[in-house]
Write a protein that binds this ligand. Structure first.
Ligand code: B12
Length: 216
């Protein structure tokens, strides 16, 4: 299969929620020397965003959303493994604890950020989704983490990022860690309002931000 056909098929599988073949297709893409970051950013992400739009317009329903998310995840698992392996490196660029906040189970964007940070040499502990403040804080202490990265995809879960920061303050730990926040509804203003150290719009920018935060 030619590279263009693979790209097209990946896009359509995510859009149509055909999740059975996407892992295999992602492996084919790698065999064809397709750049996994390009496949993610130029095909998988636009497809899942269109799915979100259709869901917003009630053209798609929750089962469609779930099938598409699974299609995306199956391809991502293959690509992310490749990204992490190629990034196997040198000494750690810094220790990061990452997770999606309590009440929120969106994991795709958070996982892309985690993989790219790993590929760029950060040591990343990914706590997954629906993460309680106490779990973030205990892990930060246990790992001696330098950066906390919190994702939120829902306007109703965004304030929880602020709660974690308040809890860190209450434990006297706020000054010991840099905090970055993200997720599609998150903005620079929100980051400032809750007292985070930075916000980034996508995974590539998130890595640049983490590098800046390590220097500051
Ligand atoms: C896939 C999806 C799901 C899947 C998630 C599966 C999974 N395993 O992750 C499922 C089906 C479970 C789901 C459930 C729900 N969803 Co949903 N979902 C989406 C969808 C279509 C895509 C999200 C996604 O993965 N995007 C692709 C990734 C790559 O983008 P991203 O997450 O934004 O991440 C990038 C950046 O934001 C950034 N980033 C992300 N995290 C971080 C962290 C840091 C620190 C930094 C620096 C950067 C960063 O980098 C990432 C990579 O570039 C969005 C639509 C959308 N456009 O966002 C709706 C959407 C977010 N969902 C929505 C809704 C309503 C729901 C539900 C409430 C539906 C329901 N009725 O049950 C539930 C909520 C469940 C819960 N409690 O969390 C709404 C939210 C709207 C709102 N105002 O509340 C959206 C916007 C759809 C819509 N148009 O209505 N969903």
């Amino acid at each position: 299969m030619a590279s263009d056909d693979i790209y097209k098929q990946l896009y359509e599988n995510v859009l149509n929620g055909d999740f059975e073949q996407t892992g295999e297709l992602a492996n084919k893409a790698l065999e064809n020397n397709i750049d996994p970051m390009d496949a993610i950013n130029s095909y998988l992400v636009p497809a899942i965003e269109l799915v979100g739009e259709r869901f917003g317009k009630k053209e798609y329903f929750l089962p469609d959303l779930m099938r598409s998310a699974n299609a995306m995840k199956n391809a991502l698992e293959v690509f992310e493994k490749d990204i992490r392996e190629k990034g196997v490196e040198r000494k750690s660029s810094g220790k990061v604890v990452i997770g999606t906040v309590k009440g929120d189970i969106h994991e795709i964007g958070k996982s892309i950020v985690a993989s790219l940070l790993t590929a760029k040499g950060f040591t990343v502990t990914d706590l997954g989704v629906d993460v309680e403040s106490e779990v973030f804080i205990n892990k930060i202490v246990e790992e001696g983490a330098e950066i906390l990265a919190m994702s939120a995809l829902l306007p109703i879960t965004m304030p929880y990022q602020g709660k974690v920061i308040e809890d860190l303050k209450a434990r006297g730990l706020r000054d010991k860690i840099k905090i970055m926040v993200g997720g599609s509804p998150v903005t620079q203003e929100h980051a400032e309002r809750i007292g985070a150290d930075g916000y980034a719009d996508d995974a590539v920018e998130a890595v640049k931000l983490a590098e800046r935060l390590m220097k500051s």
